[in-house]
Design a protein around this ligand. Sequence first.
Ligand SMILES: [Mg+2]
Length: 377
Amino acid sequence: MKLRLRLRVPSKPENGLVREHLGTDSDSDSHQQNIKRRKLDEYRNDVIKLERDWKTHHLLRNKKLILVLDLDLTLMESTAIAKLSSEEKYLLEEAEVVEQGGGKGTLFAYQDKKFPLLVKLRPFVKQFLKAANDMFEMYIYTKANRIYALRVARLLDPDGDYFASRIITRDDERPGCEKKSLDEVVGHENMVLIVDDNRDMWPKHQENLINIHAYRYFSSKSAKDGNFKSFAERKIDESETNGMLARILEGLQRVHRQFFHPELEVNLAHGDVRLILKMIRLKVLAGCVLFFSTSWFMGNPPEEVPFWIMAKELGAMCSLELGTAVTHMVIVDMETKEAKWAEQKKKLLVNPGWIEASYHSCRREPEDNFAVHEAFL
Ligand SMILES: [Mg+2]
């Protein structure tokens, strides 16, 4: 049966506003006030639940899930023009100057008097959004302010085809809210995937999260190492066809396909992207035993090293000891005794980028593409 109900969700009243509606608290009527407040909360929660139910029903009928995308370092990077290094100044000649609207390229300059800004879109982002839009209703969720978010959204989505008004910023959150949550997303959590470079932002939704490697194009936010050169300084960029977003799109397509698999359709309302993502990942490196060289752990315990965590989630066994069971060596330096041992024993040698790429695409990437001498970031 087609559900035609359309409801507006009232904005969440702050405690102060509720008090204003109900009158000033006093000892004599505080009990009544509490009852009224509780009823108001119950009513608001009912309306939100109804809206979520309706939206979920509508999206599932259209074979769509929900995708929440972070902005900075996930889909793009920006920098104040004043912070460009001398080797990055050439970008000012190449950037497309924009006022309010979008543009066709990937590098844009806002000659704003107060805060002149350069914005660089991540390679493949436009293809990513176009393809993801067929499978997901998309949100932007950023901790930046609304003016900035709308500007960047116009560069990514000049015609408003992808996000419409689904842009959540820090101005929309309750004061003091430091982390991100799905409270403002209209839809059930079991159909939401998140792509964000900052894992720590989502303490309550780790299972919905696809943690993307941060895109750092400019030197202002790159490593503080004096010898480090930014992409812009080296006049290079992330790969268009083999970069992070291309792989993540592959992973999203896998989850979407699995969710709407014809044999599962009878149970769509109970489908859960978190479970599907977990199950798909667990098969990716099943049967692999990875040896990790601790030389690049920088003193951190293995359980806290992202590549170790990702490998476990992909179903691999991880080891710090050499042995016959080891199938892969994850190393960054061929001049170590472990690397020599691996070569002798004909083990597969890969750089850590292999794990990250497999994690994003949800498939075992060909080891040959991740030779140890290749830069992996
Ligand atoms: Mg970010």
